[in-house]
Design a protein around this ligand. Structure first.
Ligand SMILES: [Zn+2]
Ligand SMILES: [Zn+2]
Length: 343
Protein backbone atom coordinates (compact mmCIF):
# COMPACT_ATOMS: atom_id res chain seq x y z
CA UNK A 1 0.00 0.00 0.00
CA UNK A 2 1.43 3.29 -0.98
CA UNK A 3 0.13 6.76 -0.52
CA UNK A 4 -3.51 7.20 -1.13
CA UNK A 5 -3.97 4.84 -3.97
CA UNK A 6 -4.21 1.52 -2.22
CA UNK A 7 -1.23 0.38 -4.22
CA UNK A 8 0.44 1.55 -7.37
CA UNK A 9 -1.08 1.94 -10.77
CA UNK A 10 -4.26 3.72 -9.88
CA UNK A 11 -7.12 3.45 -7.48
CA UNK A 12 -7.90 0.01 -6.25
CA UNK A 13 -10.86 -1.19 -4.38
CA UNK A 14 -10.54 -3.37 -1.34
CA UNK A 15 -13.17 -5.95 -1.87
CA UNK A 16 -14.88 -6.40 1.45
CA UNK A 17 -16.79 -9.16 2.99
CA UNK A 18 -14.34 -11.92 3.71
CA UNK A 19 -12.42 -11.91 6.92
CA UNK A 20 -8.78 -11.03 6.46
CA UNK A 21 -9.14 -10.38 2.81
CA UNK A 22 -6.47 -7.92 1.81
CA UNK A 23 -6.35 -8.65 -1.87
CA UNK A 24 -7.36 -5.86 -4.13
CA UNK A 25 -8.83 -5.81 -7.59
CA UNK A 26 -8.08 -3.45 -10.40
CA UNK A 27 -10.83 -0.92 -10.31
CA UNK A 28 -12.50 0.79 -13.21
CA UNK A 29 -11.57 4.36 -13.91
CA UNK A 30 -12.81 5.60 -10.60
CA UNK A 31 -11.32 8.66 -9.12
CA UNK A 32 -11.23 7.33 -5.59
CA UNK A 33 -10.56 4.18 -3.70
CA UNK A 34 -12.99 2.72 -1.27
CA UNK A 35 -13.24 -0.13 1.12
CA UNK A 36 -16.05 -2.05 2.59
CA UNK A 37 -17.23 -2.38 6.04
CA UNK A 38 -17.81 -5.77 5.49
CA UNK A 39 -19.71 -8.17 7.19
CA UNK A 40 -18.76 -11.70 6.67
CA UNK A 41 -21.17 -14.32 5.64
CA UNK A 42 -22.37 -14.66 9.21
CA UNK A 43 -25.50 -12.82 10.20
CA UNK A 44 -24.34 -9.24 10.67
CA UNK A 45 -26.77 -7.78 13.09
CA UNK A 46 -25.93 -7.66 16.74
CA UNK A 47 -27.41 -5.48 19.41
CA UNK A 48 -25.52 -2.31 20.24
CA UNK A 49 -22.85 -2.95 22.87
CA UNK A 50 -22.81 0.55 24.26
CA UNK A 51 -25.47 1.71 26.67
CA UNK A 52 -28.34 3.47 24.92
CA UNK A 53 -27.37 6.94 23.90
CA UNK A 54 -23.65 6.53 24.57
CA UNK A 55 -20.59 6.30 22.38
CA UNK A 56 -17.65 4.04 23.17
CA UNK A 57 -14.86 6.22 24.56
CA UNK A 58 -12.11 4.10 23.08
CA UNK A 59 -11.92 1.38 20.51
CA UNK A 60 -9.66 -1.58 21.12
CA UNK A 61 -8.47 -2.14 17.60
CA UNK A 62 -6.22 -4.95 16.50
CA UNK A 63 -3.79 -3.55 14.03
CA UNK A 64 -0.74 -5.38 12.69
CA UNK A 65 -1.39 -8.13 15.21
CA UNK A 66 -1.31 -5.79 18.22
CA UNK A 67 -4.20 -4.39 20.17
CA UNK A 68 -4.28 -0.63 20.62
CA UNK A 69 -6.74 1.43 22.67
CA UNK A 70 -7.64 4.31 20.37
CA UNK A 71 -9.87 7.27 21.30
CA UNK A 72 -13.05 7.02 19.23
CA UNK A 73 -12.50 10.06 17.00
CA UNK A 74 -8.89 9.06 16.32
CA UNK A 75 -10.16 5.66 15.28
CA UNK A 76 -12.71 7.31 12.97
CA UNK A 77 -9.98 9.44 11.36
CA UNK A 78 -7.70 6.43 10.80
CA UNK A 79 -10.60 4.55 9.27
CA UNK A 80 -11.99 7.20 6.90
CA UNK A 81 -8.54 7.87 5.44
CA UNK A 82 -8.15 4.16 4.73
CA UNK A 83 -11.66 3.75 3.35
CA UNK A 84 -11.85 6.70 0.95
CA UNK A 85 -9.33 8.45 -1.27
CA UNK A 86 -11.25 11.07 -3.25
CA UNK A 87 -8.75 11.78 -5.99
CA UNK A 88 -9.57 14.51 -8.51
CA UNK A 89 -12.59 15.82 -6.64
CA UNK A 90 -13.45 19.40 -5.72
CA UNK A 91 -12.71 20.57 -2.20
CA UNK A 92 -16.44 20.69 -1.42
CA UNK A 93 -16.92 17.10 -2.58
CA UNK A 94 -13.91 15.93 -0.55
CA UNK A 95 -15.29 17.64 2.56
CA UNK A 96 -18.74 16.13 2.11
CA UNK A 97 -17.63 12.57 1.34
CA UNK A 98 -15.37 12.53 4.42
CA UNK A 99 -18.29 13.72 6.53
CA UNK A 100 -20.39 10.87 5.16
CA UNK A 101 -17.65 8.34 5.79
CA UNK A 102 -16.94 9.72 9.28
CA UNK A 103 -20.56 9.28 10.32
CA UNK A 104 -20.56 5.77 8.87
CA UNK A 105 -17.29 4.79 10.55
CA UNK A 106 -18.36 6.15 13.93
CA UNK A 107 -21.81 4.57 13.75
CA UNK A 108 -20.35 1.26 12.64
CA UNK A 109 -17.93 1.35 15.57
CA UNK A 110 -20.68 2.20 18.06
CA UNK A 111 -22.92 -0.60 16.86
CA UNK A 112 -20.27 -3.27 16.34
CA UNK A 113 -17.98 -2.48 19.25
CA UNK A 114 -18.17 -6.00 20.69
CA UNK A 115 -17.63 -7.76 17.39
CA UNK A 116 -14.31 -9.30 18.45
CA UNK A 117 -15.06 -9.36 22.18
CA UNK A 118 -14.30 -13.06 22.44
CA UNK A 119 -10.79 -12.35 21.14
CA UNK A 120 -10.14 -9.55 23.61
CA UNK A 121 -10.59 -6.51 21.41
CA UNK A 122 -13.38 -4.56 19.67
CA UNK A 123 -12.66 -4.23 15.95
CA UNK A 124 -10.00 -5.48 13.55
CA UNK A 125 -8.34 -3.18 11.04
CA UNK A 126 -9.36 -5.12 7.93
CA UNK A 127 -12.40 -5.17 5.72
CA UNK A 128 -13.96 -7.70 8.06
CA UNK A 129 -14.75 -4.68 10.23
CA UNK A 130 -13.58 -1.40 8.71
CA UNK A 131 -10.22 -0.52 7.28
CA UNK A 132 -8.07 1.34 9.81
CA UNK A 133 -4.65 2.68 8.90
CA UNK A 134 -3.47 5.31 11.37
CA UNK A 135 -0.23 5.83 9.41
CA UNK A 136 -2.28 7.66 6.80
CA UNK A 137 -2.94 10.43 9.30
CA UNK A 138 0.70 11.35 8.81
CA UNK A 139 0.99 10.61 5.10
CA UNK A 140 -2.28 11.22 3.29
CA UNK A 141 -2.74 14.42 1.33
CA UNK A 142 -6.36 14.27 2.52
CA UNK A 143 -5.49 14.15 6.23
CA UNK A 144 -6.39 17.78 6.84
CA UNK A 145 -9.75 17.57 5.07
CA UNK A 146 -10.59 14.29 6.77
CA UNK A 147 -9.58 15.63 10.18
CA UNK A 148 -11.84 18.65 9.73
CA UNK A 149 -14.74 16.45 8.60
CA UNK A 150 -14.32 14.17 11.61
CA UNK A 151 -14.21 17.19 13.92
CA UNK A 152 -17.32 18.77 12.32
CA UNK A 153 -19.24 15.54 12.84
CA UNK A 154 -17.69 14.60 16.22
CA UNK A 155 -20.04 12.35 18.16
CA UNK A 156 -22.62 12.25 15.35
CA UNK A 157 -24.12 8.88 14.46
CA UNK A 158 -26.96 7.53 12.36
CA UNK A 159 -29.82 6.46 14.56
CA UNK A 160 -33.00 4.52 14.25
CA UNK A 161 -35.40 4.73 17.16
CA UNK A 162 -32.70 6.61 19.09
CA UNK A 163 -30.10 3.86 18.73
CA UNK A 164 -27.02 3.70 16.50
CA UNK A 165 -27.77 1.66 13.40
CA UNK A 166 -25.70 -1.06 11.76
CA UNK A 167 -24.10 1.36 9.30
CA UNK A 168 -23.23 -1.07 6.53
CA UNK A 169 -21.72 0.14 3.29
CA UNK A 170 -20.14 -1.22 0.16
CA UNK A 171 -18.12 0.01 -2.80
CA UNK A 172 -20.71 -0.18 -5.58
CA UNK A 173 -24.27 -1.48 -5.53
CA UNK A 174 -24.38 -2.08 -9.27
CA UNK A 175 -27.53 0.02 -9.59
CA UNK A 176 -29.70 -1.52 -6.88
CA UNK A 177 -28.98 -1.91 -3.18
CA UNK A 178 -29.92 -5.03 -1.22
CA UNK A 179 -31.80 -5.72 1.98
CA UNK A 180 -29.77 -7.35 4.73
CA UNK A 181 -32.15 -10.30 5.10
CA UNK A 182 -31.98 -11.19 1.42
CA UNK A 183 -28.18 -11.21 1.50
CA UNK A 184 -27.52 -12.89 4.86
CA UNK A 185 -30.87 -14.21 5.98
CA UNK A 186 -32.25 -13.35 9.40
CA UNK A 187 -35.04 -10.94 9.94
CA UNK A 188 -35.57 -7.78 7.92
CA UNK A 189 -33.98 -4.58 9.22
CA UNK A 190 -36.29 -1.64 8.62
CA UNK A 191 -33.57 0.77 7.51
CA UNK A 192 -31.58 -1.64 5.30
CA UNK A 193 -33.81 -1.96 2.25
CA UNK A 194 -33.34 -2.84 -1.39
CA UNK A 195 -33.85 0.13 -3.70
CA UNK A 196 -32.67 1.46 -7.04
CA UNK A 197 -29.62 3.73 -6.96
CA UNK A 198 -30.04 5.81 -10.08
CA UNK A 199 -28.84 9.24 -10.99
CA UNK A 200 -27.91 10.78 -14.32
CA UNK A 201 -24.28 11.23 -13.31
CA UNK A 202 -23.83 7.89 -11.58
CA UNK A 203 -22.11 5.00 -13.33
CA UNK A 204 -21.95 1.65 -11.64
CA UNK A 205 -19.31 -0.88 -12.42
CA UNK A 206 -19.83 -3.86 -14.73
CA UNK A 207 -17.50 -6.85 -14.79
CA UNK A 208 -17.03 -10.32 -16.16
CA UNK A 209 -15.02 -13.28 -14.96
CA UNK A 210 -14.46 -16.66 -16.61
CA UNK A 211 -13.77 -19.66 -14.39
CA UNK A 212 -12.69 -22.98 -15.93
CA UNK A 213 -15.09 -25.71 -14.92
CA UNK A 214 -12.39 -27.92 -13.36
CA UNK A 215 -11.15 -25.07 -11.25
CA UNK A 216 -14.66 -24.26 -10.14
CA UNK A 217 -15.40 -27.88 -9.27
CA UNK A 218 -12.27 -28.14 -7.11
CA UNK A 219 -13.11 -24.85 -5.44
CA UNK A 220 -16.68 -25.87 -4.68
CA UNK A 221 -15.57 -29.30 -3.49
CA UNK A 222 -13.19 -27.75 -0.99
CA UNK A 223 -16.03 -26.26 1.05
CA UNK A 224 -18.58 -28.46 2.82
CA UNK A 225 -21.38 -26.06 1.92
CA UNK A 226 -20.86 -26.50 -1.80
CA UNK A 227 -19.43 -30.00 -2.21
CA UNK A 228 -20.48 -31.27 -5.61
CA UNK A 229 -18.51 -34.52 -5.89
CA UNK A 230 -16.67 -35.90 -8.89
CA UNK A 231 -18.14 -33.66 -11.51
CA UNK A 232 -19.98 -30.40 -11.95
CA UNK A 233 -22.77 -30.19 -14.50
CA UNK A 234 -24.34 -26.83 -13.95
CA UNK A 235 -24.81 -23.78 -11.80
CA UNK A 236 -28.16 -22.10 -11.77
CA UNK A 237 -29.55 -19.05 -10.06
CA UNK A 238 -32.72 -20.34 -8.39
CA UNK A 239 -33.83 -17.12 -6.77
CA UNK A 240 -33.05 -13.44 -7.20
CA UNK A 241 -33.92 -10.51 -5.01
CA UNK A 242 -35.80 -7.47 -6.27
CA UNK A 243 -32.56 -5.83 -7.41
CA UNK A 244 -31.40 -8.88 -9.36
CA UNK A 245 -28.93 -10.29 -6.86
CA UNK A 246 -28.53 -14.06 -6.86
CA UNK A 247 -29.98 -15.13 -3.54
CA UNK A 248 -30.04 -18.92 -3.94
CA UNK A 249 -27.86 -20.88 -6.30
CA UNK A 250 -28.28 -24.52 -7.26
CA UNK A 251 -25.10 -26.46 -7.88
CA UNK A 252 -25.68 -29.59 -9.94
CA UNK A 253 -23.30 -32.52 -10.11
CA UNK A 254 -22.80 -35.78 -8.23
CA UNK A 255 -24.22 -33.88 -5.31
CA UNK A 256 -26.55 -30.95 -5.76
CA UNK A 257 -26.32 -28.48 -2.89
CA UNK A 258 -28.16 -25.17 -2.82
CA UNK A 259 -26.30 -22.24 -1.30
CA UNK A 260 -26.73 -18.51 -0.83
CA UNK A 261 -25.30 -16.19 -3.46
CA UNK A 262 -22.98 -14.53 -0.94
CA UNK A 263 -21.72 -17.96 0.12
CA UNK A 264 -20.87 -18.83 -3.47
CA UNK A 265 -19.04 -15.52 -3.85
CA UNK A 266 -17.09 -16.08 -0.64
CA UNK A 267 -16.20 -19.68 -1.53
CA UNK A 268 -15.07 -18.87 -5.06
CA UNK A 269 -13.13 -15.77 -4.02
CA UNK A 270 -11.42 -17.66 -1.21
CA UNK A 271 -9.77 -19.69 -3.94
CA UNK A 272 -9.59 -17.31 -6.91
CA UNK A 273 -8.92 -14.07 -5.06
CA UNK A 274 -11.16 -11.35 -3.75
CA UNK A 275 -11.36 -9.67 -7.13
CA UNK A 276 -12.96 -12.63 -8.90
CA UNK A 277 -16.69 -12.41 -8.29
CA UNK A 278 -17.24 -8.84 -7.20
CA UNK A 279 -20.91 -9.08 -6.28
CA UNK A 280 -23.86 -11.45 -6.49
CA UNK A 281 -25.61 -9.24 -9.03
CA UNK A 282 -24.56 -11.60 -11.81
CA UNK A 283 -25.73 -13.98 -14.47
CA UNK A 284 -24.03 -17.34 -15.04
CA UNK A 285 -23.38 -18.78 -18.49
CA UNK A 286 -21.77 -22.05 -19.45
CA UNK A 287 -19.43 -21.74 -22.42
CA UNK A 288 -17.53 -24.87 -23.39
CA UNK A 289 -15.34 -25.81 -20.46
CA UNK A 290 -15.90 -22.69 -18.38
CA UNK A 291 -18.53 -20.72 -16.52
CA UNK A 292 -18.78 -17.03 -17.23
CA UNK A 293 -20.06 -14.73 -14.50
CA UNK A 294 -21.24 -11.32 -15.76
CA UNK A 295 -22.22 -8.84 -13.17
CA UNK A 296 -22.43 -5.33 -11.87
CA UNK A 297 -21.38 -3.73 -8.62
CA UNK A 298 -18.78 -4.52 -6.02
CA UNK A 299 -19.57 -5.71 -2.52
CA UNK A 300 -22.63 -6.99 -0.70
CA UNK A 301 -24.92 -4.14 -1.70
CA UNK A 302 -26.38 -3.53 1.76
CA UNK A 303 -26.61 0.00 3.15
CA UNK A 304 -24.72 2.88 1.56
CA UNK A 305 -23.23 2.62 -1.94
CA UNK A 306 -19.94 4.50 -1.92
CA UNK A 307 -19.91 5.37 -5.63
CA UNK A 308 -23.49 6.56 -5.31
CA UNK A 309 -22.68 8.63 -2.23
CA UNK A 310 -19.77 10.21 -4.06
CA UNK A 311 -21.97 11.09 -7.04
CA UNK A 312 -24.44 12.71 -4.64
CA UNK A 313 -21.65 14.63 -2.89
CA UNK A 314 -20.51 15.95 -6.28
CA UNK A 315 -24.00 17.29 -6.86
CA UNK A 316 -23.76 19.21 -3.61
CA UNK A 317 -26.24 17.09 -1.67
CA UNK A 318 -26.26 17.54 2.10
CA UNK A 319 -24.95 15.01 4.60
CA UNK A 320 -28.50 14.12 5.65
CA UNK A 321 -29.65 13.74 2.06
CA UNK A 322 -26.80 11.41 1.14
CA UNK A 323 -27.17 9.18 4.20
CA UNK A 324 -30.96 9.34 3.99
CA UNK A 325 -30.81 8.09 0.41
CA UNK A 326 -29.42 4.75 1.62
CA UNK A 327 -30.74 4.24 5.16
CA UNK A 328 -34.53 4.46 5.29
CA UNK A 329 -36.04 6.45 8.10
CA UNK A 330 -32.85 7.11 10.04
CA UNK A 331 -31.81 10.29 11.81
CA UNK A 332 -28.52 11.97 12.57
CA UNK A 333 -27.80 12.61 16.23
CA UNK A 334 -24.85 13.91 18.18
CA UNK A 335 -24.77 11.60 21.16
CA UNK A 336 -24.57 13.16 24.63
CA UNK A 337 -21.12 11.85 25.46
CA UNK A 338 -19.53 13.14 22.25
CA UNK A 339 -15.91 14.16 22.79
CA UNK A 340 -14.31 16.71 20.47
CA UNK A 341 -10.86 15.60 19.47
CA UNK A 342 -7.91 17.64 20.69
CA UNK A 343 -6.66 18.15 17.13
ZN1 LIG B 1 -13.15 -7.64 12.22
ZN1 LIG C 1 -25.00 2.39 -6.11
Amino acid sequence: MTGDDHGGGGPLLPTGNDPDRRDVAKGPVLSFAVGLSAVASCVPLRPPAVPPGALPERILVRTNGRIAAVPLEDYVLGSVLAEITPLNESAATVDRIYEVQAVLARTYAAFNVSRHASEGFDLCDATHCQLYEPARIGTSRFAMAARAAVRRTAGVVLTYEHQPVDALYHADCGGYTASSDSVWGGSAVPYLLAQPDDMPTLTHRVWEVTVPIDRLRLTLDADPRSQVGGHLDDLEVLERDVGGRAIRIGIFGDRSPIIRGEELRAIVNQSLGAGAILSTRFSIMRTGDAFVFRGSGFGHGVGLCQVGALARARRGESLDAILGAYFRGVGLARLPNAVWPAW
